[in-house]
Design a protein around this ligand. Structure first.
Ligand code: COA
Ligand code: MG
Length: 327
């Protein structure tokens, strides 16, 4: 996917991540760092990304926060961890007494290449985090920029969305980190805004659309909300399809059982791939005979559909799906 290879959103917007082949980031599974059993279990789960959590899945008692942090630090020293590109850590938010210790300890591990930052409300919050990253990088230099994923969970964050998505560190990406995605935390957002959750999700459509589009504007990943009905995989599938239609590239999970549905949904369907292959072939033939538009199965196809089709084929290839040959 071309999510990190963008240069077209203004002079200061060039991002620093390159997408390696077969790097696909559809599912983000939270694992509470307070539990040895769940940490151990995370090693067997095939989620694209695993988020080791220090925030809300851990009890707020200071002793429990410290215990989870220590547990995670020890865990991150293991040799059998998932590949570093698959590991993310969610810290406690910057307004808590836990943030400073969290970031100090966690960034000492070379396995940490992605931070999920809860309750980011403004670019100033990112500057604050970035100063810590910069300071820690003096003793622990990085080879690649730290990926920062701000979690959008307040009215203020939504109001400041463009500035958050387009934020750049005053210390440069390598020493100060760079935003790689936007993540939507629906439950906290509802708590902040008094939005009342329904099964229809209609009340969140505006916000989810805004987040997905802001992410696209800055070439970022767009990570959709958690489906808390973790026993209802049909409901999850419907929510995944809905998120994908809105432009999200992936989704958070809270239970291993959700991972497969998310991974299978955040890829093009067989029908979409076949149609895309037909469009690319049909338009090649059309252009060769000086035509800019064709009819395909009763639909008019022209230049923008080539772009859509090319994206579908690209994502399918990344997911290892074979593209049918059209002659
Ligand atoms: N990560 C890793 N393993 C997990 C897991 C997770 N998030 N959630 C469940 N598992 C494991 C269980 O340990 C269990 O393993 P076992 O078969 O070896 O015993 C297996 O998956 C099945 O778990 P299950 O009994 O169905 O779940 P539960 O009822 O014990 O727990 C939750 C349900 C929702 C409390 C639990 O999934 C969880 O804590 N999820 C994360 C919550 C979170 O991170 N919230 C903050 C982000 S919004
Ligand atoms: Mg939350």
């Amino acid at each position: 996917m071309q999510r990190f290879t963008r240069t077209t959103v203004g002079p200061k917007s060039t991002r620093c991540f390159t997408t390696s082949k077969n790097e696909i980031r559809r599912s983000y599974l939270y694992v509470p760092s307070s539990s040895n059993k769940l940490l151990e279990k995370s090693l067997t789960v095939k989620s694209d990304i695993i988020i080791y959590d220090l925030e809300d899945s851990v009890s707020p008692a200071p002793a429990d926060k410290a215990d989870a942090r220590d547990r995670l630090r020890t865990f991150l020293k293991r040799k059998d961890l998932p590949h570093a590109e698959r590991v993310a850590i969610r810290l406690n938010d910057i307004s808590t007494p836990f943030f400073q210790q969290d970031i100090q300890h966690i960034l000492q591990s070379p396995s940490v290449r992605t931070l999920i930052l809860p309750k980011i409300h403004s670019p100033q919050d990112l500057h604050y985090v970035s100063r810590h990253i910069h300071q820690i990088s003096q003793n622990h230099p990085r080879e690649t920029p730290l990926r920062i994923v701000p979690s959008i969970e307040s009215a203020r964050a939504l109001w400041n969305l463009g500035a958050i998505a387009g934020w750049q560190s005053e210390h440069g990406a390598l020493q100060g980190g760079a935003v790689s995605g936007l993540l939507f935390a629906a439950e906290d957002y509802c708590a902040d805004t008094s939005i009342i959750r329904t099964r229809s999700r209609q009340e969140l459509l505006y916000t989810r659309s805004q987040i997905a589009i802001a992410a696209k504007a800055f070439g970022l990943e767009a990570i959709d909300m958690v489906c808390i009905h973790y026993k209802d995989l049909e409901y999850l599938k419907d929510e995944c399809e809905d998120g994908r239609r809105l432009g999200f590239s992936g989704k958070q999970a809270i239970h291993p059982a959700q991972v497969e549905t998310i991974q299978n949904t955040f890829v093009p369907t067989a029908e979409e791939i076949l149609r895309a292959a037909k469009i690319l072939h049909g338009m090649q033939v059309a252009h060769a005979s000086q035509k800019g538009a064709i009819g395909l199965d009763g639909e008019m196809i022209d230049a923008p559909m080539i772009k859509q089709a090319a994206k579908i084929v690209e994502i399918a290839k990344e997911a290892g799906i074979e593209i049918p040959q059209i002659n």
